[in-house]
Design a protein around this ligand. Structure first.
Ligand SMILES: Nc1ncnc2c1ncn2[C@@H]1O[C@H](COP(=O)(O)OP(=O)(O)OP(=O)(O)O)[C@@H](O)[C@H]1O
Length: 276
């Protein structure tokens, strides 16, 4: 018999006023309008670096307030797919729509947490300065940050659990703390769609669980796509798992099994390690 990896996808922070969709009520819960566009609608997308086909006729949809895990072997094209959603790459064929618009038009409503290895720590700046950077796209004038922005990031720091680090310089942070700072920076933009590229790569397993709980909570008010190599965690906290290895296969987590993953990739995704 084939055993499912997980069937439990509880929403954290559940509340008696949970909506008809079964979603729990988060801090700034608003019902999903019936006509809300998909957060991501990718159809027939092909992308190449030179001659190398990285994405081959990929379809991928993510609904409003859905949380989707994106898995697949190293080099399978996961980061490339996020870059297409961000409008940093253009497809050779097919169509990418984000929040009902072109990626470029949607960009300021997308929060992006890049792979940790890409972040240079040696800037002489504090946590709050990094997080305030996330407000830049909403800014109307230069000069000191208005009080409203400082208050907004106070709420974000609290939500991400790093209020106590607000005045700390970033080169004094642990990997897990810095990861939370980057998540807070993305949330400071008040995104409708949050993209996270391996946000738990440098975090221990307690930290990883608490980050996945946070992502699950955030999906009460935004759509979330999280890349991870850790199937055990991911399947506990997401609505669906999408498997990408040049081609895309999307599962409901209730039908995803270790055997089906192995069949698709010829190996256990949990055993794939990152080499950055
Ligand atoms: N700028 C680039 N120029 C050429 N090839 C690239 C470039 N960036 C990535 N690639 C190649 O594209 C393929 C897909 O890379 P991508 O980073 O999207 O994979 P991934 O699934 O995110 O992998 P990982 O799990 O290792 O992060 C890889 O073969 C990679 O070497």
């Amino acid at each position: 018999m084939v055993s499912p990896i997980s069937v439990a996808r509880p929403r954290t922070d559940s509340h008696p006023e949970a909506s008809a969709t079964g979603r729990s009520v988060g801090p700034v819960f608003r019902p999903v309008p019936a006509d809300a566009p998909d957060a991501i609608d990718i159809r027939g997308v092909t992308f190449r670096y030179g001659e190398q086909v990285i994405l081959d006729d990929v379809d991928f949809q993510v609904g409003a307030r859905e949380i989707v895990g994106l898995i697949g072997p190293n080099g399978g094209g996961k980061s490339t797919l996020l870059k297409l959603i961000l409008g940093l790459h253009k497809p050779a064929a097919g169509c990418v729509r984000v929040l009902g618009r072109t990626p470029k038009a949607a960009a300021r409503h997308i929060g992006y947490v890049p792979q940790f290895a890409n972040f240079v720590k040696r800037f002489p700046i504090r946590v709050e300065d990094v997080v305030l950077m996330g407000r830049q796209g909403r800014r109307r004038q230069w000069g000191p940050w208005p009080r409203a922005d400082r208050e907004a990031i106070g709420a974000v720091l609290e939500e991400v659990g790093i209020s106590h680090l607000r005045r700390r310089h970033i080169d004094a942070l642990s990997g897990g703390q810095l990861q939370r700072v980057l998540i807070a920076r993305a949330l400071a933009a008040e995104p409708q769609l949050l993209l996270l590229d391996e946000p738990t790569a440098s975090v221990d397993s307690d930290g990883e669980r608490s980050l996945f709980e946070l992502f699950n909570r955030l999906a009460n008010r935004m759509s979330v796509v999280v890349i991870s190599h850790d199937l055990g965690f991911i399947s506990d906290y997401v609505d669906r798992v999408a498997c990408l290895n040049r081609k895309m296969i999307v599962h409901d987590t209730e039908t995803l099994t270790a055997e089906s993953i192995e069949r698709l990739y010829g190996e256990n995704v949990q055993m794939i390690h990152h080499h950055h």
